[in-house]
Design a protein around this ligand. Structure first.
Ligand code: MN
Length: 425
């Protein structure tokens, strides 16, 4: 089915600023609450939030097989479970409804007042109920940097890393939408020199991880695997993902079973899921993989995406300083490989599951996706625009992540993923 929603010639009768992340070609999906306390599934065009539940009740999705209450829910899980054909039909229809050349809602002020809200008048929620959350470790630059810092520069990349998309099972209970404050965690860290007992207290090395996460539909049944060619149709879309990390807790606990409480205290996501369909025009060549992966992980076609990424730190009452610019295309392991690997042992992946990419670090020092790497574990502090310095993230700092794709015709973005750090309890 053609993705007519992506037509770059299309203009909306809703006003959209040129620099907006949300032109009519984006049509992301999210969940919001209105001032009247109505929770609904919606989309966004420019700075307008659109109530899909209301649109559906008014008959605008006639002819598309949808249950009556599919958008009158507080999560997107059921809609995602409907599958790619339905996502495409709905996105294409929304594009038509808001197309400047199409009458209907454009000429119906009464309907508009039921359906369209200003973004400042709604509160964004988590878009999905995340059943399971997995975090990968898929940027070679990041793995090399962290391997050097935590272990040994000579053997930074472990021998398995070039063959296996490494990941761990995270906690979905602490995934929060952008804007939710994040409490500095308490925990253990390694004993001071000459001491026997580990330290306990507020983490001193609080960090962000610049990631993206993809959200799946129901992929496979227990005991079944799916071929890599079929993985892509099971990816609904992506969000920005800040995998907050306490490096001192992580460094003490991570061997032999991997990350645990140093990661599970919070992860922040951007609230609008940008569909994989909307990113279609931004595919780029896959990274060169040497050695060649095993057959079940081999890919053809363009499975990487050119998504520009940025991180800023804003001190309380101060101005923001951009500290890193990276790109999703730097990932060594692609999403389809991650999903093929995840299911190869027959473990089921369900609608609404979330897969973090792992920190996305680029090849240059200003493209690293964590403070651990940007300051080389605090050895080279960053100076912010207000003259203060940071080795890691301070209390009351806000970390702001952004992501967008852009070419001569269109800009498709994710908005912001922000979180302010509160002092430990
Ligand atoms: Mn991570």
């Amino acid at each position: 089915m053609k993705i007519t929603a992506n037509n770059t010639n299309r203009k909306s009768w809703l006003e959209v600023e040129k620099t907006s992340d949300f032109p009519i070609q984006n049509i992301p999906f999210g969940v919001f609450i209105t001032k009247d306390d109505i929770i609904t599934i919606g989309t966004r065009i420019g700075d307008f939030a659109i109530d899909l539940g209301a649109l559906h009740q008014l008959g605008y999705f006639e002819g598309i097989p949808l249950t009556d209450d599919i958008f009158l829910q507080d999560t997107l899980n059921d809609f995602i479970a409907d599958g790619r054909k339905t996502w495409r039909l709905v996105r294409n229809r929304i594009a038509d409804i808001f197309d400047a050349t199409k009458s209907g809602l454009r000429d119906n002020k009464a309907h508009q007042s039921e359906v369209i809200f200003r973004m400042e008048d709604v509160e964004m929620q988590l878009p999905v109920s995340v059943g399971d959350y997995t975090d990968f470790y898929a940027s070679k630059e990041h793995a090399t940097n962290v391997g050097s810092l935590f272990r040994d520069p000579e053997n930074a990349i472990m021998p398995n890393w070039l063959h296996v998309p490494i990941g761990y099972h995270g906690r979905s209970s602490s995934i929060v939408p952008s804007g939710t404050p994040v409490r500095r965690p308490l925990g253990q860290s390694k004993p001071l020199e000459g001491e026997k007992q580990p330290q306990f207290g507020a983490s001193r090395l609080l960090d962000f991880e610049l990631e993206m996460a993809f959200i799946t539909t129901a992929v496979n049944n227990l005991g079944e695997r799916i071929p890599i060619e079929e993985t892509e149709e099971n990816i609904f879309g992506l969000v920005l993902f800040n995998d907050w990390s306490a490096r001192d807790i992580q460094g003490w606990e991570y061997q032999p079973l991997g990350p645990f409480l140093g990661k599970s205290f919070a992860s922040t996501i951007s609230p609008w899921i940008v569909t994989l369909d909307a990113l279609e025009g931004f595919r780029v060549d896959n990274p060169t993989q040497d050695p060649t992966p095993l057959p079940y992980l081999q890919i053809d076609g363009k499975r990487s995406y050119d998504i520009k990424l940025q991180v800023g730190i804003q001190p309380e009452n101060g101005e923001e300083t951009v500290v890193a610019n990276s790109n999703f295309k730097y990932m060594y392991w692609t999403m389809v490989q991650q999903l093929a690997h995840h299911t190869v042992n027959g473990c089921p992946v369900n609608a609404g599951d979330m897969m973090g990419s792992g920190t996305i670090s680029g090849p240059t020092k200003d493209s690293y996706g964590s403070m651990l790497e940007l300051t080389w574990r605090g050895q080279n502090p960053l100076t912010l625009n207000d003259g203060s310095t940071r080795k890691f993230i301070n209390d009351h700092d806000t970390v702001i992540m952004r992501a967008h794709c852009e070419n001569d015709d269109v800009r498709i973005g994710f908005g912001e993923c922000t979180g302010k750090v509160l002092p430990a309890n």
